[in-house]
Design a protein around this ligand. Sequence first.
Ligand code: C2E
Ligand code: MG
Ligand code: MG
Length: 597
Amino acid sequence: MHAALPHNESDRLAALRALCQLDTPPDPEFDLITELAAKTFNAPLAAISLIDADRQWFKSRVGIAVSETPRDVAFCAHAIHIAEPTVVLDARTDGRFADNPLVTGAPHIRFYVGVPLRNPAGLGLGTLCIIGTEPRAAFTDAEAAVLQYLSALVMARLDTLRTIGYVDSLTLLPNRTRFVQDLQAWMVDAAAPPEQRAAVAIDICEADYFHSMERALGCDYAEGYIVAAKQRLVAALPHTSWYRIGPTLFACVRAVPEPDDLDAVFDELWQATAAPLEHLGIPHASAASAGAVRLDHRGDAADIVRALISAVDSARQQGIGRCTFEQCDDERQRLAFRLLTALPAALAANDQLSLHYQPRVALGSGLCIGVEALLRWQHPTMGNVAPADFIALAEKTALMWRVTQWVLNAGFEQAAKWQKLGYRFSVSLNISAHDLDHADFADMLETLLAKHALQTALIELEFTESAMSLRPERLHEQLQQIRALGFQLSIDDFGTGYSNLTYLKRLPATVIKIDQSFVRNVLADDKDATIVRAIIALGHELGYMVVAEGIESQAVHDQVRLWGCDEGQGYHIARPMPVALLEAWLLWPIGTRIAAS
Ligand code: C2E
Ligand code: MG
Ligand code: MG
């Protein structure tokens, strides 16, 4: 006989969900109570059973192999209706259970006592029960009272878990603290090895989008949107215990015994979030990103959360929507972060950063007409850090401004020394496109000029085409100011960026440096040859001096010279060198330098 549904079933289910216990990992305190109940009453089976819509799910179990059973065979589904303990001494003679498959078949239940777990509103959410396979003659009131004490302990623990900072007050989902705790339990749960479980997270929209929503529509609206997103996830993936672990970030733990299972979980999430999410009549296009980390992860539970966030971010940054955490990506990211955090100390120390100088020669005469200053970072423990590894990173932060200041200061100082010594070559310094967006850039140059007495006509500032994506008026204004101070300007890595030809006509620069990626292949690749020739012709037409970067062989040197390129730079001519080596190199007769560099 099936237990009837209580009249307040929907309230009951809501209260059960609010406990945030379904599908969570085992809890040692609950297990202690269940074991105590089994031992005290000499029962082979005991459980804390929660009665969900269509199943009973065991939060704790002794002697029971499965984690859940259908609700319609659950003795406890009857027991939750009654305030008193439900005592069944011999199920075979009880009309409610005589034909129950758990009685007629395994595990052949005969004896059952279930005490309801009722919340303060009197809703029966589950039971603490003991089960035997032999009928019993009696279960005394005193025994029932003991079991009731134990059930009161279960309720108290449930209440504690719900209230002590474990629940997100907006969505009523368990929060990040609780997620970390549950992860810890799952990582050592004997029911499944950790490599067969994965923590999965989904970020429902970009942080910027969410902030814009808060700004434009208010926090109440944005909160409603989060609740709507939660409802969608809960509805789409039932039997999944969701956690809210960040403002727009939801997480869960899923079983992934087979290699393809994680893809299936991602597919499920994608399906759940693919359609626009409508809240108060406004549809929000799907912009979800998902990430996953298997629980056999090297670190602890808190580190899994960190890795999970990193995976979600990677998915978003790469525009791929989903990403499984990989140790090597992580190491790259961590290294990047370590570099960034080490950079301020490097800027303050006087022995970590230095400038090396690479000669640039006139292709006709071979005369060195300039040197390019290239930043070098020798870290005390990480060793040599290539500019490619830290400049792009620093450019994403305000640190780049300080790096540029350091480079300009050091470059000006060296240039002033060389000018005093009578050298007539120019010194080129690289500046980042973001520097040009800085209102104080020209002022900073002026301040530095006041410090180092030098001729600005012998200083060239190199910037890349990416500067052209800045506000055009600002860029133009800045460049004019720099020119007014007497500096030369060159466009670095030409051909790799926007190559906005209208701009090229208006820019106050004087030099174009053709990017080495084209120069390197001029002999092997017809298209690169065409591009290089076209840039040389176009540059000359517009009055620029043209430099070929990345000359690695005599053949390339001769070829670009034949096409009329003015100057060249590259390993074939000379590598970047510290000051002393460069000064020695300059003393060598021109014809012999190539072999020496
Ligand atoms: P870049 O300004 O285009 O500098 C030229 C880069 O090409 C240098 O690499 C140089 O060592 C390398 N190079 C020169 N000749 C050859 C060659 O024949 N073959 C090859 N394969 N490479 C050659 P480096 O020093 O690693 O610098 C890389 C980039 O880092 C620079 O490209 C520049 O964008 C940036 N960078 C370096 N120093 C600074 C700096 O002080 N400030 C800023 N903002 N960026 C810098
Ligand atoms: Mg450069
Ligand atoms: Mg370059």
